[in-house]
Design a protein around this ligand. Structure first.
Ligand SMILES: O=C1O[C@H](COP(=O)(O)O)[C@@H](O)[C@H](O)[C@H]1O
Length: 229
């Protein structure tokens, strides 16, 4: 089994961020050079804020970049826990305000309609920027969620599914494993000793106890893992 490039050697957050910004920019620029446009799917949570702030300043042809979410909490887009709100606040500004953005909660209050709209998205994802929770979830692929098996089905034809986390707040809309594995490139950004241990454990074998393991232990899509203390 091929191991991903585990780029664990960042002593400080500055090097970690600089390297990630360079990587995101080069993957997007490369997609634009070859296809005329690029698709970027980003995560929410707390960790991506510094990356979003830095990326928003990058000199990229943002008007050719379509941004969407890897996952979303089923809350209105102005809710403090909304991943869309996070992206609008920290990424879709400065130079990146020219980017096209599609959120996942198009109908607050009607999850089925949101999913229907989310699954209408057809643009290719050049790069998915992922985080990981302390429980080994990535996107909203939560261990113990009743929909996990469906979400991990690599034959799934839809891009997004509804997920009910067993221990985290809010119903979720998450990219399926199949959709993540159809991306051109994956980037996993983590920090702290606990998440490092989880990532190392996940690299040993794919297990639903640590859904991130399905990405870390696969060999079909290039994956870079970035870690800082
Ligand atoms: O709930 C979520 O959590 C994960 C991890 O968040 P972090 O702040 O601990 O990095 C995130 O990747 C996901 O998008 C989000 O919805």
């Amino acid at each position: 089994m091929r191991r991903p490039e585990l780029q664990y050697d960042f002593d400080d957050q500055k090097d970690y961020l600089n390297t990630m910004v360079d990587k995101v920019s080069s993957v997007l620029a490369n997609a634009i050079e070859h296809t005329g446009c690029a698709g970027l799917a980003v995560s929410g949570g707390r960790s991506p804020v510094p990356l979003f702030e830095r990326l928003s300043l990058e000199a990229l042809p943002w008007e050719k970049i379509h941004i969407t979410l890897v996952d979303e909490r089923f809350v209105p887009p102005d809710h403090p826990d909304s991943n869309e709100r996070l992206v609008r606040t920290h990424l879709l500004k400065n130079r990146a305000r020219q980017a096209r953005f599609t959120g996942l909660v198009s109908h607050p209050g009607d999850l089925a309609l949101c999913l229907q709209d989310a699954n209408r998205q057809t643009h290719a994802i050049s790069l998915a920027v992922l985080g990981m929770g302390d429980d080994g979830h990535t996107a909203s692929l939560f261990p113990e969620a009743p929909q996990l098996e469906q979400a991990l089905d690599t034959q799934a034809s839809h891009r997004y599914v509804h997920v009910s986390p067993a221990h985290a707040p809010h119903e979720r809309i998450s990219m399926t494993l199949a959709a993540l594995l159809a991306s051109g490139h994956l980037l996993l950004a983590i920090s702290g000793p606990h998440k490092r241990r989880i990532a190392e454990q996940a690299a040993l074998q794919a297990t639903p106890r640590l859904p991130v393991s399905y990405l870390i232990s696969q060999s079909g899509v290039p994956l870079d893992v970035y870690w800082h203390p």
